[in-house]
Write a protein that binds this ligand. Structure first.
Ligand code: HPA
Length: 271
């Protein structure tokens, strides 16, 4: 594994024009148009990158985009690898390993999520303050490479408190309503049953989705700071009869997107 990470990072180091990025961004649902804020863009399709899997899911493309947001050099994943697509945890998290090997020390992630918190409305933007890993597997299972991180990494501050405080300040300045909450990560691809949404609420979750947790675990293993945001695209619970669909999720995320892009764009530039 070390060799594969190193050779992919070497390939990108050669290929990247200008200085290497220090900020990584996973452009999940609701953050895609952040690419419009990137200056001096360099686009590298996943299929040209050795050992990179390819994105398969509708609505996600597969490119690394390198460039500048304000004073920061950023590397963005346009399209991520989901566990439900059949990738294993090592594949899902491989790009984060490569980013770390290139020198990235701060990771921004976004996703679409179903809201269980009764205060939430469709279109709300939730800053992820913590998560619950309900994937059947931890991406760190197996041999630990001390070069990459500790065998038993602490997860006491999975999402940077400093970045959350900064995001809240930007939210106040920009008049953006920001919710806070705990993200429950599950495999999907089924949306939840009413009883499952209820269960996730009872165990402490505010929103549920099918991504993010594996990448964040690996980022923390590598010693990175993380900031995560969810767009609430549907609501779930015992008394909610709305039937979520992929199209509805995409549409709701589209509506919230300008707000999320403004928030994350400023946060990246100022972090
Ligand atoms: N559940 C799981 N993942 C999701 C949901 C949901 O309700 N909405 C968007 N992604």
């Amino acid at each position: 594994m070390l060799e594969t990470i190193k050779s992919t990072a070497d390939f990108l180091r050669e290929k990247i024009n200008g200085s290497l990025p220090t900020v990584g961004i996973i452009l999940g649902t609701g953050l895609g148009s952040l690419v419009d804020l990137i200056d001096n863009k360099q686009v590298i399709p996943y299929k040209e990158i050795p050992s990179f899997p390819e994105s398969t899911v509708e609505g996600h493309s597969g490119n690394l985009i390198i460039g500048n947001i304000g004073p920061k050099r950023v590397i963005c994943m346009q399209g991520r690898f989901h566990y439900y697509e059949g990738y294993d945890m090592k594949q899902v998290t491989f790009p984060v390993r490569v980013m770390r090997a290139l020198g990235v020390d701060t990771l921004f992630v976004s996703n679409a999520a179903g809201g269980m918190n009764k205060e939430f409305k469709v279109g709300d933007v939730m800053i992820i303050t913590d998560h619950i890993n309900l994937f059947p597997e931890n991406p760190l299972r197996g041999k630990n490479y001390n070069e990459l991180g500790d065998r038993f990494p602490a997860m006491t501050e999975p999402y940077s408190k400093e970045l959350i405080a900064k995001a809240d300040a930007i939210g106040t300045e920009e008049n953006i309503r920001l919710m806070h909450g705990v993200y429950v990560g599950t495999t999907g691809p089924t949306f939840e049953t009413p009883a499952e949404y209820e269960y996730f609420r009872i165990i402490g979750g505010d929103a549920v989705g099918m991504s993010t947790v594996p990448e964040v675990i690996v980022a923390k293993h590598g010693g990175m700071r993380v900031f995560g945001v969810s767009v609430i695209t549907d609501l779930g619970g015992k008394d909610i009869t709305d039937v979520p669909t992929h199209e509805e999720v995409q549409k709701a995320a589209q509506v919230a997107q300008p707000v999320v892009v403004k928030l994350v764009g400023r946060l990246v530039a100022e972090c």
